[in-house]
Design a protein around this ligand. Sequence first.
Ligand SMILES: [Zn+2]
Length: 354
Amino acid sequence: MLRKVFLVLLTITTFVHATTVRHFEHKDFYRVVIQPNKVVHFSKTASQEAGVVILTLKGKVWGLKKPLNKKFIDSLDVLYKGNRTNLIFNLTDNVKGYRVFALSKPYRIVIDFFKTEKAKKSYIKGKTKQRFEKKVIVIDPGHGGKDTGAIMNGIVEKHMNLYIARKLKAILERDGRFKVYLTRNSDRYVSLYDRTVFAIQKNADLFISIHCNSHTDRRLSGTYIYTLSFRGATSKLARLVAQKENETVLKFVKATSKNRMVNRILAEIAINKTLTGGRKFARILHRRLSGITKVKKVGSANFAVLKTPGIPSVLIEVLYISNRYDARKLKSRWFINNFSKRVYRAIVDYFYRK
Ligand SMILES: [Zn+2]
């Protein structure tokens, strides 16, 4: 009898769970200990220019997102790529070096971040207080100057956008937890590119572009919320990696390493943040705004102002100025006030509600 042998090649993704992630501050270093439920192979790379340490684990490792000490680790990003998990530690300037090693029984991966002399001294003095940092919100009133936007029903879009943006800024500032910037605070023209670069320079945690809709079909009404589309994001990524972008943008996403792999991972993290953060905020915004206006669509688009790598961004088309009823609402002080308050609450939810 002839036996046929079939060879089946399978790529099996290994799923691993990190049972614990511990961290503590030693006199000379800050230690992070990852304990997966089985042995995980790893490799490491670091870029001093970018201020990152990247730990690449084999397999999909879940449960890694844990708050770390802000004194040493600015943020920890997790990027899943095929059968790999990349952990990107963004270092503060209190760290001057690192080492990674494994321990057995039970299996653990240990990362030590070595302190600078200055950080060591402050540890001895017991100055371990964490500083409270305000969230930076950049509000972008659409159009301005020679670019008026639509004009209908006694409303000039550029003025309306600025009016709403200022209202939202005032409400956010009353809270105390936010630092708010407007891309323009007067009736002047600002290019779309300059608006995104502005957000990057201000180190924005969230970018909100305010517009009003208009259409030749005057029956159209309601609110639209847009986030960056995946297609728009990937083309942005391609350009980032090719390093043809403005230096400010590259510095912001830290894609300035000599190591191209590091740059690629960092650019991808930045894009991921814009996509997932933007979508999360859009969902919350939808919920919050639904009580006051009909949100017709939460969608993704390829708008230039949404291409802010690393910054979650949304564009709100508040209402239609071409629609009689919408225009009446826009002219109502009560509506604008209420609308802005709801956007404010969505921002609070986004940052502080776990
Ligand atoms: Zn507009």
